[in-house]
Design a protein around this ligand. Structure first.
Ligand SMILES: Nc1ncnc2c1ncn2[C@@H]1O[C@H](COP(=O)(O)OP(=O)(O)OP(=O)(O)O)[C@@H](O)[C@H]1O
Ligand SMILES: O=C(O)c1ccc[n+]([C@@H]2O[C@H](COP(=O)([O-])O)[C@@H](O)[C@H]2O)c1
Length: 200
């Protein structure tokens, strides 16, 4: 398997969008483009996961998900990577620790959809993640309330940057997070799998 470690210049701000991408879809592309703009990011790297530790069902093979993701996401400032397979990490806290070691002069921002903020307190070392990297949260249909009411949102409420100041997130010291009410896109991998979308 070919592993890819992208280049980032010292001082650049890189958004990380981790996901199963099983398969990648227009919703992923939409939030990536919005994140680049709203958080003033230099780049976004997709981290195509070897397998979400909280999902019982294994995803499609990584090579297949990488290939589809590369077809779907084409933008000069976005890289589709299998960094976690290369590092041998599955837990985000471990991935972030390794990336910060490998790219000491790069600022990372963790990106996720609102559904993942709602579940964030179930992740391994979630407080450590929140205290290490700024987090940019993007609206997702049906998830606004559960995200805002979540345990992580409550614990880190004093550190929330209002959406209208989203450009400040990347340069803020963690903990810092920002929920942006971007126009919503209702694509989901579950819906695509249910309609046999992998064969499309
Ligand atoms: N339509 C969308 N709007 C906002 N965020 C999204 C959207 N689709 C995916 N995301 C976010 O992108 C990241 C990767 O998502 P993932 O690959 O799990 O896709 P998914 O559509 O949520 O998949 P599944 O339905 O299998 O759970 C997650 O942070 C998720 O919240
Ligand atoms: O580290 C964890 O405990 C953890 C638990 C659940 C999900 N994640 C990460 O969250 C990202 C989104 O996962 P998914 O399956 O919802 O696309 C992906 O990078 C996963 O590795 C991480």
């Amino acid at each position: 398997m070919r592993h890819q470690f992208p280049y980032a210049a010292p001082g650049q701000v890189v958004g990380l969008l981790g996901g199963s991408f099983d398969p990648a879809h227009a919703g992923h592309v939409h939030i990536t483009r919005e994140a680049l703009k709203r958080f003033g990011l230099d780049q976004v790297w997709w981290l195509v996961s070897p397998g979400n530790p909280l999902k019982a069902r294994g995803p499609a093979p990584l090579d297949q998900r990488m290939e589809r993701a590369q077809q779907v996401m084409q933008h000069p400032r976005v890289q589709v990577t299998d960094i976690e397979a290369a590092l041998g990490t599955r837990y985000t806290a471990q991935t972030l620790a390794r990336l910060r070691q490998s790219y000491p002069k790069v600022r990372f921002v963790w990106l996720m959809g609102a559904d993942n903020l709602a579940q964030f307190h179930l992740w391994q070392d979630w407080r450590q993640i929140a205290q290490t990297v700024p987090m940019g949260i993007l609206a997702r249909p049906g998830q606004r309330i559960s995200a805002r009411m979540s345990r992580a949102a409550a614990l880190y409420a004093p550190y929330r940057i209002p959406g209208r100041y989203s450009q400040l997130l990347a340069r803020a010291d963690a903990p810092a997070w920002c929920f942006v009410n971007v126009p919503m896109h209702d694509a989901s991998s579950t819906a695509i799998r249910a309609t046999g979308g992998w064969s499309a």
